[in-house]
Write a protein that binds this ligand. Structure first.
Ligand SMILES: Cc1cc2nc3c(=O)[nH]c(=O)nc-3n(C[C@H](O)[C@H](O)[C@H](O)COP(=O)(O)OP(=O)(O)OC[C@H]3O[C@@H](n4cnc5c(N)ncnc54)[C@H](O)[C@@H]3O)c2cc1C
Length: 424
């Protein structure tokens, strides 16, 4: 693997710029050291920098190299794991989480405006239903939004209305939500990184952290340097490989995306005339949307654990053709995959390994929104405001059996298990 390169994604090919931050060298000192320059790490750094902290971010590869620069770009509301919270923590805690469901969207909107970030942000999203039980979930969600006075248009769509906005007969209905949306995730991440740098943050790329030394001022060590800081935030998520304890509380689940060639106006009008992000409710789900230059970006989890673009293309081409026979032979220009951190509870994991070493991971595929909230909560916690941090930390992570020995076939087995469950 070339640590200087992004994966071969459409996003890397259409990034506004290529970042080139120097690797960490020598002894450095900061208020806060963040490990990982994905949305979690960069969001944390930017929140802290806005409050006047001196932050250093240490990234093994490049800004947005992990899930943040590879994802579906779907800005989905809600925090994963709400069913677990409702069942095990009661209505009051569920309501507290409920209040945070769209907090990350607001942060993204503010940042795009404040820092003038060009990331193709668009509003409009449909949660589609395949089975009657999905429609029941949609009605439940709709009522919750009504009760919460959700400030954006939300509407339940009939089968015919769903067909009209998705161009496929695969769904029996949908929830249209104009508060959700889609964006170019790598350009957002790079834009936010530049914003943090403009406020004094230092970013090091190509600097894998090899050790975190505990103490009053923990020391984050790479091969050629170290950063000592009052606090450390570990934001490596599914790509984190250092602290076994963190690897042991979530599954890395792979997801894959293809980008077609740009589509004609006629095809665009037939398959997605309102430029919505579309997502189905399965665990082994399909999610898709158009890019700014009108490619179909089609993503989904697969029972596959490699990264061969030809295999990804073949598997996704079949799925695309099921929805859109007119695209059976469309040219596919990019195919890539990435890892999502999924806790057993699905609830994002915010916690500490020591009083001054924080971590934040496991958004279960809802990370575009929730990472932005998580970064704000991390900055609050470092500043001593702990209410929302404690709320998340109160959901105790379940240990993934045999996690320390786990390997890709086990991930594939997990996906197979959920494929069977989705069919029930
Ligand atoms: C294919 C795919 C599709 C997805 N689609 C969506 C979607 O449509 N909507 C949505 O909301 N979410 C989606 N997600 C999930 C979302 O992308 C993630 O939840 C989110 O990006 C996580 O951000 P992060 O910063 O926590 O982790 P990452 O973006 O993975 O960043 C972690 C970073 O830490 C670095 N790192 C790790 N260990 C070290 C170390 N020891 N030293 C230095 N650096 C280190 C890595 O190099 C990496 O850059 C998707 C994910 C994938 C993979």
């Amino acid at each position: 693997m070339n640590p200087q390169a992004h994966t071969g994604s459409y996003y890397a090919a259409s990034a506004n710029e290529a970042t080139a931050f120097a690797p960490l060298r020598g002894e450095q000192s900061a208020d806060v050291c963040v490990i990982g320059a994905g949305f979690t790490g960069i969001s944390t750094a930017l929140h802290l920098a806005e409050r006047g902290y001196n932050v250093h971010v240490v990234e093994a590869h490049k800004v947005g190299w992990g899930a943040s620069g590879r994802n579906g770009g779907q800005m989905i509301g809600g925090i994963a794991g709400e069913k677990h919270i409702a069942k095990h923590h009661g209505r009051d805690i569920e309501d507290l989480f409920g209040e945070l469901r769209w907090a990350g969207h607001n942060i993204i909107r503010e940042r795009v405006e404040t820092y003038n970030i060009d990331c193709d942000l668009k509003y409009g999203y449909v949660d589609v239903a395949i089975k009657e039980r999905h429609m029941r979930d949609i009605h439940y969600d709709y009522e919750r939004l009504q009760k919460a006075n959700f400030p954006h248009e939300v509407r339940i769509l009939s089968r015919e209305e769903t067909r009209a906005v998705t161009g496929t007969d695969a769904y029996i209905g949908a929830l249209l939500n104009m508060g959700n949306g889609h964006l170019h995730p790598l350009n957002l991440c790079i834009g936010e990184a530049n914003a943090a740098v403009s406020l004094g943050t230092t970013i090091y790329e190509q600097s894998p952290v090899v050790e975190i030394q505990r103490g009053d001022r923990p020391r984050v060590v790479t091969e050629n340097g170290a950063v000592s800081a009052d606090a450390v935030v570990i934001a490596g998520n599914a790509y984190h490989y250092l602290e076994r304890q963190l690897r042991g509380i979530m599954f890395p689940v792979n997801s894959f995306i293809v980008a077609t060639e740009p589509l004609s106006d006629a095809i665009v009008a037939a398959i997605n005339p309102q430029d919505l992000a579309i997502c189905d409710p399965n665990f082994v789900l399909e999610y898709y949307r158009l890019s700014a230059d009108k490619r179909l970006l089609f993503g989904g989890r697969l029972n596959y654990f490699g990264d061969d673009p030809k295999v990804i293309e073949a598997k996704h081409r079949r799925k695309i053709a099921r929805h859109y026979p007119q695209l059976a032979n469309v040219r596919i220009d990019y195919a890539w995959g990435g890892s999502i951190g999924v806790p057993i509870t699905r609830v994002p994991q915010l916690g500490r390994l020591a009083p001054n070493i924080f971590y934040c991971q496991g958004y279960s595929g809802h990370g575009v929104n929730v990472t932005h909230l998580a970064g704000q909560i991390m900055a609050d916690a470092i500043g001593g405001t702990l209410e929302r941090f404690d709320l998340f930390a109160s959901v105790k992570p379940l240990v993934v059996p045999f996690a320390h020995t786990f390997n890709t076939p086990m991930v594939a087995l997990g996906v197979l298990y959920y494929q069977v469950k989705d069919r029930l």
